[in-house]
Ligand binder design. Structure first.
Ligand code: OSB
Ligand code: MG
Length: 375
């Protein structure tokens, strides 16, 4: 159990070091919520919400996540006064949807739980790795030469696995150019649902021809059958991201053989508990799982790195160094790329990194506090 006496809901806005363009839009700045839970004895826990300003990646947004947290999740915590993360998960399941809002609170409870048990979050979750292997996710660039240059810089930095964002009109040419320039690079593509299933054969042709290792979420999230057809007999993996929102959708997709790789984002699926279960379910089906990212600051990155330290996650994560996203990052120490394209798993209590107050205050746009009545 972790007592909760005070809850803080903050909204921040931070500029990205460079714009990040996907099939659904361009992000130049990230607007996001941070939940802070306090136990009343000096301990606290932090959770970053991955919902973006606009509902483009999924139906949630900063506004809907704020509404869900303020209307249901904060009152639940105030009513109970103490909840271990698995109890919160169970109670929050009564309300449909809103996994990003639920995750923000669950992440904060996990951080608090680990701190109170004087453990790192990675240890509290059952992780054993000291370093986690990572790659980099590269947005759509203004031109093919610009992409080749950018990827060359990331490889020079030490990243060993490259994922590029694709969409109709930005796929075969950039992929062919990367393969020509970097014949051995481990190359993934992510379409964020941008292709109609009728594009399946063209997609299969260029992905095979240029040695793409996996194609992530090419088709609309509810079309599991289209993903299953693409994967049948293919020489590349079909990875699902947006389609998988909980254990039930994963079981359904596994039953249909709609995936041969799984992107797990705690923020997308309602928290670390669900994320861990998804990884274990994939492992039982011999499907590689890996940790995805949502351009988090160091707070969310720390939770993701902790989850990536579990044995179930075997493919390199979409978790890059802090300087690929924000300079300076919200936390210290910042995440830096280490040997073998890895990030170090923090060993301090909880998430194991500290918020830098001056940076946090500079980007703070809204602040709200809630207290549990203890009369
Ligand atoms: O689909 O994986 C995605 C970023 C924002 C929204 C969706 C996605 C992404 C990324 C970035 O690919 C991964 C990262 O945080 O580096
Ligand atoms: Mg994705």
């Amino acid at each position: 159990m972790v007592p909760v006496r005070r809850i803080q809901l903050d909204e921040l806005e931070m500029p990205l070091v460079e714009p990040f363009e996907t099939s659904f839009g361009v992000e130049r700045r990230r607007r996001f919520l941070v939940v802070r839970v306090e136990s009343g004895d000096g301990e606290f826990g932090l959770g970053e919400c991955v919902a973006a300003q606009d509902p483009l990646y999924s139906s949630e947004s900063v506004a809907t996540a704020r509404w869900m947290i303020e209307t249901y999740l904060v009152p639940l915590l105030c009513r109970e006064g103490a909840l271990a993360p698995p109890d919160f998960r169970r109670r929050a399941q009564a309300w449909r949807g809103h996994p990003m809002a639920k995750a923000a609170v669950e992440l904060a409870l996990w951080d608090l739980w680990a701190r109170r048990h004087r453990q790192s979050l990675a240890r509290a979750l059952g992780g054993h790795r000291r370093r986690v292997e990572v790659g980099v996710s590269v947005g759509i660039q203004p031109s093919v030469p610009a992409l080749v240059r950018r990827v060359g810089e990331y490889l020079a930095d030490g990243y060993r696995r490259i994922k590029i964002k694709v969409r109709p009109g930005w796929d075969e040419r950039p992929v062919a150019a990367l393969r020509r320039e970097f014949p051995d690079v481990r190359l993934w593509v992510d379409a964020n649902q941008a292709y109609p299933p009728s594009e399946s054969s063209a997609l299969r042709r260029w992905a095979t021809r240029y040695g793409v290792e996996q194609v992530e979420q090419p088709f609309p999230e509810h079309d599991l059958a289209a993903h299953a057809r693409l994967g049948r007999g293919a020489g590349f993996r079909v990875c699902l991201d947006e389609s998988i929102t909980d254990l039930a959708t994963l079981e359904a997709a596994l039953g249909m053989r709609a995936l041969t790789s799984l992107n797990v984002k705690a923020g997308r699926v309602g928290g670390l508990g669900v994320g861990r279960d998804l990884g274990r379910a994939a492992a039982r089906h011999r499907i590689p799982a890996w940790i995805g990212g949502m351009l988090e600051t160091g707070i969310g990155r720390a939770h993701n790195v902790a989850l990536a330290s579990l044995a179930a996650f075997t493919f390199p994560a979409d978790l890059s160094a802090s300087d690929r996203y924000y300079t300076p990052d919200l936390v210290e120490p910042a995440f830096e790329l280490g040997p073998g394209s890895t990030l170090l798993v923090p060993t301090g209590r909880g998430i194991g990194v500290e918020v830098v107050d001056s940076v946090y205050r500079k980007h703070l746009r809204r602040h709200r506090e809630f207290r549990r009545e203890t009369a």
